[in-house]
Design a protein around this ligand. Structure first.
Ligand code: ZN
Length: 140
């Protein structure tokens, strides 16, 4: 979930030791999840601009310069709830076009993430999660 902008080709020169080992058999499933989340958030116009891969990486990444992201294979294997949360998190970085996890990030996140999966974010950036969740009416 680290968010970084790399001015380099992807994935060969993005500052990681080796290109992520992409789970090509999960491309369709990730694409379907992305399209569904964007559609439900009325952000479908972003769907054709963003490309994601499930990959054997430790943490997900959003490459804002390329509008690409990765979801770790371990998160996919945890089941659909964590998987959808993770996709929503990385998509939020690319739609909000802002570094880190500030106000604009959460404005998009609370639109994209299904409400029943919000809680995964609470363990990640708890203060911003609560602050902006209340501000945007997603949390009581
Ligand atoms: Zn993040």
């Amino acid at each position: 979930m680290r968010q970084t902008t790399y001015h380099a080709r992807w994935p060969q020169e993005v500052g990681i030791r080796r290109p992520p080992r992409i789970a090509w058999d999960l491309e369709d499933e990730l694409q379907a999840a992305q399209a569904m989340l964007l559609e439900d958030a009325h952000l479908s116009n972003w769907n054709s601009k963003i490309v994601g891969h499930v990959a054997d990486v430790r943490t997900g990444l959003a490459y804002t310069f390329f509008q690409k992201y990765t979801i770790p294979l371990w998160a996919y294997r945890q089941g659909p709830e964590l998987f959808l949360y993770y996709v929503a998190h990385e998509l939020s970085h690319l739609v909000c076009q802002e570094h880190g996890h500030g106000k604009r990030f959460y404005e998009v996140f609370f639109k994209l993430c299904p409400a029943w999966a919000y809680h995964h974010e609470s363990g990640y950036k708890p203060r911003n999660y609560v602050r902006y969740g209340k501000e945007f009416g997603a949390l009581k």
